[in-house]
Design a protein around this ligand. Structure first.
Ligand code: GDP
Length: 416
């Protein structure tokens, strides 16, 4: 039973928390894409962990995690993160494995990333972690994989700085490297949780190109990046917030107006703690964009939606969500590829009543106030996809399920 967790918006939806929540019932957890540009925050037992490369399941002492072949790995960032885990009492040795087909990120890639972005007429707003450069080197067939570190002719070609950088990590990487394709085959029939990075709208192909990430953040990237085939995926969970956020540049049709809606903007950003884990950058905030969410459901065959941050709306009298775009007077409900059109799009909003009470202690769907359930059910109807997990706070325990994605046979029911 293999379950993929992706972000169904522009990233930062709370995937880390949801993977951590589901990891207790998974046998192994695989991160399939991206690099140290991603940032997951997990809060458990009052402690907060920021993970960038290591899959979120690592916090459970009995779980094995894999860094997949779709990832690009900066070994300096990886071993810093592993050291942080050890300092916090998390014994990871023997539980973290890396695909020998994953690519490496060298320090000089960071400079290339920043230089390229600063030279662009329309900068993307890259995190500058060398991720974009690592992926472009990979497609140009100039990348270096973990396996290549053990291929003498290849390492002989590395320049002095790259060789000096990698030298202290080779022995440790050798102990952790695996053929992930063989591992996944060996684990057939087990419960594998596949963790995505960024979000569906930042996917290189389906996202708001060129304002996208350079890796595959779509669900189809999961089997590729984990070393399995598409028929090995059973369920796809799309995590989304009760509102929208975006970091960096690029279209965001439902962004709150900084002048006329500054109070709402400030309220959502501060209540939702909308600041980047990796960069500390304040995130752009806006209404839930159902046009974009439905597009994410369709392009990723999302079987279950996972709604997070519903609690952020606890104090509002009314809530609005975008159900269509008005582009030059034309009403559009399919998410356009044209960035110019997206930049001009004005959200057509649907109104909902607020619930004006704390959701913090809700532990089942029935516990949610009627107004919150109406909001959830509208989303389900609009997207044609059930919302099967709901999160009402940042703690692991502030989460409840309507249908367990690992339940066998669940493919035919929607859990409602
Ligand atoms: P990811 O990259 O998708 O894992 O998302 P981040 O970790 O960057 O952002 C999610 C942030 O929201 C983290 O600080 C979480 O602790 C927090 N969070 C997740 N779910 C909820 C929720 O339902 N309510 C609130 N208030 N915070 C949440």
């Amino acid at each position: 039973m293999n379950t993929v967790v992706i972000g169904a918006q522009w990233g930062d939806e709370g995937k880390g928390k949801i993977v951590d929540y589901l990891a207790s019932s998974a046998d192994v957890i695989v991160r399939y894409s991206g690099g140290a540009n991603a940032g997951h925050t997990i809060v458990t037992g009052g402690k907060q962990y920021a993970l960038h490369l290591v899959p979120s399941g690592i916090l459970y002492p009995d779980k094995t995690v894999y860094l997949g072949m779709g990832m690009v790995i900066d070994p300096a960032a990886l071993f810093t993160e592993l050291a942080m885990l050890k300092e916090n009492g998390i014994d990871w040795e023997g539980r973290v494995f890396i695909s020998d087909r994953a690519h490496l990120v060298f320090p000089r890639y960071r400079e290339i990333d920043k230089k390229r972005d600063s030279e662009r007429k329309h900068p993307i707003g890259t995190t500058g972690r060398g991720i974009g450069t690592a992926y472009s080197m990979k497609s140009e067939r100039d990348g270096i994989r973990i396996a290549d570190l053990f291929w003498k002719e290849k390492t002989a070609e590395l320049d002095e700085a790259d060789r000096a950088f990698i030298a202290p990590y080779i022995e440790r990487l050798e102990k952790m490297k695996v053929d992930i394709t063989a591992e996944m085959y060996r684990l057939k029939g087990k419960k594998i949780l596949l963790e995505g990075a960024q979000g569906a709208l930042l996917d290189l192909d389906a996202g708001t190109y060129p304002y996208v990430s350079s890796g595959m953040s779509c669900a189809s990237g999961a089997p590729v990046g984990a070393g399995m085939g598409p028929r090995d995926i059973d369920r796809v969970l799309g995590v989304f917030k009760a509102y929208s956020t975006r970091v960096g540049n690029g279209p965001m049709p439902t962004e709150f107006n900084t002048e006329t809606q500054s109070e709402l903007y400030h309220y959502v950003r501060e209540t939702g703690r909308e600041y980047g884990v990796t960069t500390g950058r304040p995130r752009r905030c806006g209404y839930l964009d159902l046009v974009a969410l439905r597009y994410a459901c369709r392009t990723n065959s999302i079987s279950d939606l996972v709604l997070t941050h519903l609690d952020i709306y606890d104090e509002l009298d009314g809530i609005e969500a975008c159900v269509a775009y008005d582009i030059d007077g034309k009403i559009v409900t399919d998410f356009p590829a044209d960035i110019g059109a997206l930049n001009k799009a004005k959200p057509v909003l649907e109104q909902f009543k607020g619930w004006k009470t704390s959701l913090k202690n809700c532990r089942s769907y029935a516990d949610l106030p009627e107004q919150a359930r109406s909001y959830v059910e509208f989303i389900e109807d609009y997207c044609g996809t059930p919302v099967n997990i709901i999160s009402v706070g940042y703690e692991r325990s502030d989460t409840f399920m309507r249908l367990d994605p690992f339940t066998r046979g669940a493919e035919h029911g929607n859990g409602l």
